[in-house]
Design a protein around this ligand. Structure first.
Ligand code: ADP
Ligand code: AMP
Length: 228
């Protein structure tokens, strides 16, 4: 339940592919008791389950290109309309273009919410190694890294039931990674200026340990500007 006068919180975890958005979305979600949505995870689920949306996005995901704005924005709007997001949401991987950022601003304003953006800043030379070592549970979406955050055992329990079913993402292949980083630099990085101008942005150092980054994000959310 939301207290009277309390605003829905829209928290964006922003950064290049491999910065740690998905990892931190899960930690921050637990700490703030706020659900998280990863647009990439929703697209992958639809792809794996061969839905109509999955078929529409396949060509973009397989090349590391962005899914068109109209499709992405419609999917996000449909998701955030669900009652479980009435208190707010942690967004991982959205927005990624100026048009998506404008759509999010409209959603926040329609719901009289407040927007905070955390930019997880990581040097480009660290990203490829992070992504190449990433393994993800097919069932619950939990993210591990072979070296930096290894799963407790190959047979670790999964919160979706049974044991984790770990795999390497199909788009975590060197050529596609290079394109995803290029797409980030061309189409998504310009949003940093946009968020800065709206005074929504807090920058955290994403090269610290996973726990340290979680702490910095939670501190940033407490101290950060609360622009509506
Ligand atoms: P994104 O969602 O931004 O693409 P992920 O959260 O999937 O990034 O992280 C990419 C990879 O880097 C994963 O394998 C994850 O375990 C690892 N990772 C995330 N944060 C850190 C960190 N602070 N230090 C070292 N490895 C990290
Ligand atoms: P991610 O899981 O965030 O690394 O995203 C994986 C892929 O999903 C991206 O390379 C895009 O093809 C697609 N995708 C995820 N989020 C978006 C978005 N906000 N806009 C467009 N495409 C997206």
């Amino acid at each position: 339940m939301m207290e009277a006068g309390e605003k829905a919180r829209y928290i964006v975890l922003f950064g290049p592919p491999g910065a740690g958005k998905g990892t931190q979305a899960k930690n921050v979600s637990k700490a703030l008791d706020l659900p998280s949505v990863s647009t990439g995870e929703v697209f992958r689920w639809n792809l794996n389950n061969k839905t109509e949306l999955g078929r529409s996005v396949e060509e973009f995901l397989s090349k590391g290109e962005l899914v068109p704005d109209d499709l992405t924005i419609r999917m996000v709007r449909d998701t955030l309309d669900k009652p479980c997001y009435a208190k707010g949401v942690i967004l991982d991987g959205f927005p990624r273009t100026l048009e998506q950022a404008a759509a999010l601003a409209a959603i926040v304003s329609e719901n009289d919410g407040r927007l905070q953006v955390i930019f997880i800043k990581v040097d480009e030379n660290v990203l490829v190694e992070r992504i190449m070592g990433r393994v993800v549970c097919r069932k619950c979406g939990k993210v591990y890294h072979r070296k930096y955050n290894p799963p407790p055992s190959p047979q670790a329990p999964c919160k979706a039931g049974g044991m984790h079913d770990l795999e390497q993402r199909k788009d975590d292949e060197e050529e596609i990674i290079t394109n995803r980083i290029r797409v980030y630099n061309n189409q998504t990085a310009p949003l940093i200026d946009y968020f800065e101008r709206g005074a929504y942005l807090t920058v955290v150092d994403g090269c610290l340990t996973i726990e340290e980054v979680s702490g910095a994000i939670l501190d940033g959310l407490l101290e950060g500007t609360e622009a509506a």
